[in-house]
Design a protein around this ligand. Structure first.
Ligand SMILES: *[C@@H]1O[C@H](CO)[C@@H](O)[C@H](O)[C@H]1NC(C)=O
Ligand SMILES: *[C@@H]1O[C@H](CO)[C@@H](O)[C@H](O)[C@H]1NC(C)=O
Ligand SMILES: *[C@@H]1O[C@H](CO)[C@@H](O)[C@H](O)[C@H]1NC(C)=O
Ligand SMILES: *[C@@H]1O[C@H](CO)[C@@H](O)[C@H](O)[C@H]1NC(C)=O
Ligand SMILES: *[C@@H]1O[C@H](CO)[C@@H](O)[C@H](O)[C@H]1NC(C)=O
Ligand SMILES: *[C@@H]1O[C@H](CO)[C@@H](O)[C@H](O)[C@H]1NC(C)=O
Ligand SMILES: *[C@@H]1O[C@H](CO)[C@@H](O)[C@H](O)[C@H]1NC(C)=O
Ligand SMILES: *[C@@H]1O[C@H](CO)[C@@H](O)[C@H](O)[C@H]1NC(C)=O
Ligand SMILES: *[C@@H]1O[C@H](CO)[C@@H](O)[C@H](O)[C@H]1NC(C)=O
Ligand SMILES: *[C@@H]1O[C@H](CO)[C@@H](O)[C@H](O)[C@H]1NC(C)=O
Ligand SMILES: *[C@@H]1O[C@H](CO)[C@@H](O)[C@H](O)[C@H]1NC(C)=O
Ligand SMILES: CC(=O)N[C@H]1CO[C@H](CO)[C@@H](O)[C@@H]1O
Length: 693
């Protein structure tokens, strides 16, 4: 988990500055030790220690000296009063002692990244001296909002110095506290993300005249964004992602200091007001995963400092009329899952720092402009599911984009022909290419053989014919190949058995400018976010295989040969592919018995041999016995407890004795039918792993 403060570096600078001063003071006092800390302050610290059930060796460290000002993690001022407690990441367990509230000169506490539980003591929150309180990344519970109001005796003195409170990544409940803004005139930073806070955004925020950062994402906040929120005009960073907030951005014009606006993952509606152009300092705009609609206002083109525009998964529509020419700092534009129409505006190609452009799942049409070549840093381009035309031109233009590592252009160019000539060149750095679901005719083109950095290739759901070319094995990094649902013919080439990445456990490093993930069915042994090693040749007209060589694909995790014209016995070497998690041989003409050695495939989670001509009993023990009848159906001569066709008990009893030599070694052939399950496309969905992981 990344620290949540990364984008807010300006604050960190501000907050850290006094530290150097303190350190200097400390140095001076060390040279001239006048006295030591008071017994009372020392006692309070020892009470803190006593509250810990696991102190991470702190007791040992503190035992060595009587002056608590010299203790590890403790800083004092000239008067030997404790001013700082800096004990982050110490492995503490237990609770935070209320005695810390007795340290009347305490300015900053950092207990971040421990395993502290219980509440945040009232005595601490009521402190008049504390400026910075960081208790983030613990297991603290209870309310934050009740605290100040439950001390009616001195409400205006409560937290009067507080500048920054970081209580993120705990289990705090209740509402966002705001009474603090009245009592603490300098209150500037409120970081509460990753808790269980609920209720609506408090109106009291309008009194937080110094508040620059409000971060309360990943809570359970609800209700409408109140106008009062837009009165906190000092706000530079407003970050409330992943709540259940509603309302519109109509009042946003008042927040002219905004640098970051992150309201993703809520239920906002309405459009982006044209007045957003007044937010001249805006750098990051995240409104994705809301229910917003309407056209993008041309005013957006006045936010000249914009670096990121993320509007994915909304109902925005109309043509992109924003003039991108005035947004030289844009590096990422993500508009996937909207309803934009028209052509891709030429002005977008003047954003020369663009590294990622995702326009997929909209209604853009027309041909790609050669001006896209101006985007020298473009690494990620996704145009999936639009109505773009002229695949030849598209590939000719993009080939010279040397930075391009990911190119996803599936679901376009319907019924065009796959170009296969020397006019397609370049793509030196391409790692992922998806040209799926275009109904392209032609064959697997030779220019692909020059894409030596390719890791994943998706050509499924086209109408490609002819055999799989032998040069495929020269793609030394390729570990995921999906050619399913074409009309490929010929035998499964032995070149496929020589694919380096499928033979060895080595993995090729991959970088995505935007988060993507594939629709591969969640399987228990796939690491989340990792891309499995896949060979999918299902639904073609393939007619043969050299079975001995299958054993070489030791790293393969998913193999789909379903719905081809393969026949013969299930080949013996398949039984040695112990990393397989998916094996689909369904809808073929396979004969003979089920090899008991398939039980060696301990990671197998999906298995399908339905609709073949297999015979004999299904093993009653081991991995294979865990699959349902749907994995075996359509084989009239098979018997087993999960099938209508039960085996005679004498036969069933002998299953465990059946030797492994039943793993056949014949060529196999098949007929075409629908896939039972498929290994999917790198489909261009979004995992917000970077933020929500
Ligand atoms: C808590 O928030 C403050 C203010 O934004 C920040 O300086 C600090 O680094 C954060 N703590 C952690 C552990 O990220
Ligand atoms: C310190 O704090 C504790 C708990 O909040 C309290 O009981 C005690 O009276 C305070 N004073 C001293 C001198 O310890
Ligand atoms: C507290 O300590 C952690 C870990 O050293 C650090 O990341 C964080 O920035 C600190 N918090 C503040 C407010 O300085
Ligand atoms: C802001 O503070 C004033 C008192 O200074 C109070 O009267 C007012 O109700 C507060 N506003 C909100 C929205 O809480
Ligand atoms: C989302 O907006 C559409 C109109 O764009 C509306 O019909 C729908 O009810 C809204 N859904 C929610 C959950 O607000
Ligand atoms: C954008 O800037 C132009 C030129 O400065 C100005 O005419 C226009 O009114 C501005 N639009 C908005 C919404 O700020
Ligand atoms: C763009 O970024 C640079 C720094 O990378 C900055 O100096 C400049 O002010 C930013 N804004 C514009 C409009 O160029
Ligand atoms: C976009 O802005 C640039 C620079 O301000 C200007 O030269 C160009 O004419 C504008 N384009 C459109 C389509 O308005
Ligand atoms: C997208 O826009 C078209 C018109 O351009 C409209 O017919 C269609 O209903 C819209 N789809 C959605 C999901 O809003
Ligand atoms: C497709 O682009 C090529 C240039 O690469 C051009 O010659 C051809 O006419 C275009 N086809 C159509 C139908 O526009
Ligand atoms: C396989 O070839 C036959 C004709 O030989 C054709 O009817 C069938 O559609 C082809 N199947 C696929 C998946 O291309
Ligand atoms: C979402 C998130 O960052 N959660 C983290 C909160 O902190 C605990 C440890 O205190 C981590 O285990 C969580 O992953």
């Amino acid at each position: 988990m990344q620290p949540l403060h990364v984008p807010y570096s300006k604050h960190i600078e501000k907050i850290h500055m006094p530290y150097h001063g303190l350190a200097l003071v400390l140095l001076v006092t060390l040279v001239h030790p006048t006295s030591s800390c008071t017994q009372q302050e020392k006692g309070s610290l020892l009470q803190f220690l006593a509250g810990l059930s696991q102190d991470g060796g702190l007791a040992m460290a503190w035992r060595s000296n009587t002056d608590c000002c010299t203790w590890e993690g403790i800083t004092c001022n000239q008067d030997r009063r404790v001013t700082g407690i800096s004990l982050a990441s110490r492995g503490f367990e237990g609770s935070i002692s209320p005695f810390l509230g007795n340290l009347t000169s305490l300015l900053r506490i950092n207990l971040s990244r421990n395993s502290l539980s219980g509440g945040l003591p009232l005595e601490l929150v009521s402190s008049r001296s504390i400026v910075i309180l960081d208790v983030s990344f613990n297991y603290l519970t209870g309310g934050l909002s009740e605290l100040p109001t439950s001390t009616p005796a001195r409400p205006l003195q409560v937290m009067k110095s507080l500048v920054a409170l970081n209580a993120s990544n705990n289990s705090f409940t209740g509402q966002i506290p705001t009474a603090s803004c009245l009592s603490a005139p300098s209150f500037a930073v409120l970081e509460l993300s990753y808790n269980q806070l609920s209720g609506s955004i408090p109106l009291g925020l309008s009194n937080c005249s110094k508040l620059t950062l409000l971060s309360a994402g990943h809570n359970e906040l609800s209700g409408t964004l109140p106008d009062e929120l837009f009165d906190a005009t000092s706000l530079e960073h407003l970050s409330l992602p992943n709540n259940r907030l509603e309302g519109s951005l109509d009042g946003i014009i008042k927040l002219t200091n905004l640098v970051t606006l992150d309201l993703r993952g809520n239920g906002l509606n309405g459009n982006i007001p044209d007045s957003i152009g007044e937010l001249k300092r805006l750098e990051e705009l995240y409104l994705d995963h809301n229910n917003m609609s309407g056209e993008l206002p041309s005013g957006l083109g006045n936010c000249t400092n914009l670096m990121t525009i993320d509007l994915k998964s909304n109902y925005f529509s109309g043509e992109l009329k924003v003039n991108f020419s005035n947004l030289p700092n844009l590096t990422k534009i993500d508009l996937v899952y909207n309803n934009f129409t028209g052509t891709i505006p030429e002005s977008i190609y003047s954003c020369s720092r663009l590294t990622a452009l995702r326009l997929s799942e909209n209604n853009f049409h027309g041909q790609l402009s050669e001006k896209i070549g101006n985007l020298k840093s473009l690494s990620f381009l996704s145009l999936v599911k639009n109505s773009l035309t002229n695949v030849t031109r598209t590939l000719q233009i993009l080939g010279s984009s040397r930075s391009l590592t990911t190119l996803l252009i599936g679901f376009n160019f319907m019924h065009e022909t796959m170009p296969d000539d020397d006019s397609i060149d370049g793509f030196e750095n391409l790692q992922v290419l998806a040209m799926n679901d275009c109904s392209l005719s032609g064959k697997i083109p030779h220019w692909l053989s020059k894409l030596t950095n390719l890791r994943m290739l998706f050509l499924l759901n086209n109408q490609l014919t002819e055999p799989i070319p032998d040069w495929i094995s020269s793609l030394g990094f390729l570990f995921s190949l999906d050619l399913s649902n074409n009309s490929l013919t010929g035998v499964i080439p032995s070149a496929l058995m020589e694919m380096p990445m499928l033979k060895s456990d080595k993995t090729a490093p991959m970088v995505f400018e935007l988060p993507v993930y594939n629709k591969i069915p969640t399987l228990p042994y796939f690491r989340p976010g990792a891309f499995p090693k896949v060979l999918n040749l299902g639904i073609n007209n393939l007619t043969g295989v050299n079975p001995k060589e299958f054993g070489q694909l030791q790293a393969l995790q998913s193999l789909n040969l379903s719905s081809n014209k393969l026949s013969g016995e299930i080949p013996q070497p398949l039984c040695t592919l112990t990393n397989l998690q998916v094996l689909d041989l369904s809808n073929n003409h396979l004969t003979g018995a089920i090899p008991a050695a398939l039980n060696n495939l301990h990671f197998l989670s999906k298995f399908n041999i339905a609709n073949n001509d297999l015979e004999g009993p299904i093993p009653t023990a081991g991995q294979l016995s865990t699959f349902l009848d749907s994995s075996f159906g359509g084989n009239p001569k098979l018997c087993g407890h999960m099938l209508v066709n039960h085996c005679r008990s004498a036969v069933a009893d002998q299953i465990s004795i059946i030797s492994t030599n039943l793993c056949g070694s014949e060529v196999f052939f098949a007929i075409a039918f629908g896939v039972f399950f498929g290994v999917g496309v790198l489909y261009d969905q979004i995992v917000l792993a970077r933020y929500f992981g």
